[in-house]
Design a protein around this ligand. Sequence first.
Ligand code: ATP
Ligand code: MG
Length: 567
Amino acid sequence: MTSINEESNQEPQRLDFIRQIVAEDCEKGTWGGRVHTRFPPEPNGYLHIGHAKSICLNYGIAAQFGGKFNLRFDDTNPCKEEQEYVDSIIEDVRWLGADWEDRLFFGSDYFQQMYDWAVDLIKKGKAYVCDLTAEQTREYRGTLTQPGKNSPWRDRSIEENLDLFTRMKEGQFPDGARTLKAKIDMAHPNLNMRDPVMYRILHASHHRTKDNWCIYPMYDWAHGLEDSIEGITHSICTLEFENHRPLYDWFLDQLDIYHPRQIEFARLNLTNTVMSKRKLLQLVKDRHVSGWDDPRMPTLCGLRRRGYSPQAIQNFCKVIGVNKFNSTVDFSLLEHCLREDLNKTSPRAMAVLNPLRVVITNYPEGQTEELDAVNNPEDLAAGTRKVPFSKVLYIEQEDFMENPPKKFFRLAPGREVRLRYAYFIKCRQVIKDQSGSIVELHCTFDPDTRGGDAPDGRKVKATIHWVSAAHAINAEVRLYDHLFTKENPDDAEDGQDFTANLNPDSLRILTGCKIEPALKNTKPLDRWQFERMGYFCTDSDSRDGRFVFNRTATLKDTWAKVQQKQS
Ligand code: ATP
Ligand code: MG
């Protein structure tokens, strides 16, 4: 497994603001020199690339400072959580390369401890059972400009609160009838501090604790307790929790228990996609995509199926860094990081996506030659392979033009080009069907140019790829584009939601593509560079000799252009 953070072995880099805090804490011995982080997903959806930023940050810090990293499911809401999500999250975090060793935890395992601590708060006069409905609670809370009002139930005796809270737990009241609230300050300038709800009644079955509980802790109450129980030192979360930090601190202070430090950073947003589990779920449920792992999805399983490598995503997370300001990262930066990795690691292959038949008229019928091809010019250790050559080949339709314009240097009537790793061929005749469409080219080859050079020194202006017809494997190739046409999909007309901006051309399927036979044993998730055509990945729909490839990315790097525009 690759380590997410290799910085420690390299020249020192400028630390981001969170690493600076951690480094200072280590120096001062704030946590006894310990560093302990966690990734706390709620199992209510699949992980997306935004979560990758959080995983790389938390795991990267633990790795860099010799600390520990926990994977913890924040599974305190029974309604939307499922085992399927737990399983997928475990798979995705592991795939990305973060290692929690034996520290896989579930918030729901702490329900009893949380309950006991709530009882402590009641006994300290810091929590009370409230009979206001959800709607009344909202009214009583006040607004940013107006203070709230005290609940009429705020001054119940400790005995009455203990009794009612016990009965809440025992299931004596219906959903929503009562809540347990923290007794803080209804006039507090921070609305989160206005007697927030700690527990609600919910007669719902939980994916792990089943029907043991009918009261469930709210996020703000539960999260700090989970961090405290696990001895987390730095509780890293996204900016929207900045306003919750006073509450996080208040609960831990009142209980007088181990108290981690919460630090907030800006969440990742990407252009041309959405990054909220709610919206991703909508895309899946309404069948705008084939599933959570549709290769167009920004989910980790979608990116994996599309052909992204963990390394590419790690590098991307390193490049974007961490800061305190929300911004949107251009998708082309992600693709740039992808290409940097795939260029180094993907074996090359020849594949013809839109085939045009070529007959080499002077090549002996029935003969096959094995030509040497380099597997990866960026990695000579990857070696070479044999590519079969024979009388009938396929080339890309776009590599031939009957009436070429000035700047078209590829194959044309009477013109000579190089076939990659093979010979020079010259186009002698264009064969058409009755409707006038080109069906086949007749070419001749020059036997003296084997391997790609002419002994007489004559030059050709283009090298094109090809596949031997008799040896080719047939494949379906899926070409992807952005899922949304707008950089910000939420920018929709009145009355429409983000799905109005779905890109109708985000998937194009090509069939009858011709791939060189070296790929006949390929397995799902194998990554390739199809020469001149882009990066591709074998899809899991491939089986029983039926091949499907996803285009991960084209070869053209648009990030360089974006940067030029910006500078
Ligand atoms: P979503 O908004 O997509 O539903 P969430 O925040 O509700 O995500 P959680 O399961 O609670 O999802 O997230 C787990 C962790 O990942 C949290 O610490 C959260 O702050 C972090 N996280 C979620 N989305 C992003 C993002 N876009 N960028 C960085 N970190 C994120
Ligand atoms: Mg959340």
